[in-house]
Design a protein around this ligand. Sequence first.
Ligand code: SF4
Ligand code: SF4
Length: 218
Amino acid sequence: MANAFPKKPASPTHAVPVRYTEKTPTTQAYIPEIIKGIGVSMSHFLRNTKEMLTGQRPDPVTESLDIGITTLQYPEQKRPYPQRFRGLHRLTAREDGSPRCVACLCCSTACPAQCIFIEAGEYPEGDKRRGYERFPVKFVIDELRCIFCGYCVEACPCDAIRMDTGKHPVPYDSRDQFIYTKNMLMGVTGRDGTRETRNPRHEPGDPGHPGIDRLHSH
Ligand code: SF4
Ligand code: SF4
């Protein structure tokens, strides 16, 4: 029968000859290779054990990759995430503790996973922010649907939502527990332990306030 899948001629530029191990009784028995494999495993095991006992275990990210040992004793040991790691969301706060979020819905509009829900509300009568900006009565993120793309952070004009917590959602056992409410998001701190942001914010009424309000419009 004609060969249905004839071999292509070897490319003169990319062909790499494959060297097959000669089949001998020693190689067919696999015993020498099994012994070599156990030797490699044992050397890693003994080195790991020695480093753990003597407290010399190197940083798992920066050092152990060279020697091929990447196993961590999680959760006692945690891999240090890079500075730009996009972790659990948080809502940043103003000095008075209120959310910086003005419920503009930019983040929920930008979110490709549609996992942000915001219900906007007006500040009460007498509050200088009334009529100038709104606040989130409800702000909910479904962290299970989130794909951690960071678009919400990029879209926010107020630096009100961040993913700089350095944390990831803990493994819960029900979907409900991945629904993060406004209070939960406000309670999470950044890596530096603060709830504010370093970006300056001018409040309505500030002498240096560059924006508009009801009294100072365009
Ligand atoms: S990180 Fe991406 S998917 Fe997650 S809430 Fe933000 S925009 Fe949506
Ligand atoms: S977090 Fe930012 S983008 Fe989202 S609604 Fe609040 S102010 Fe707008």
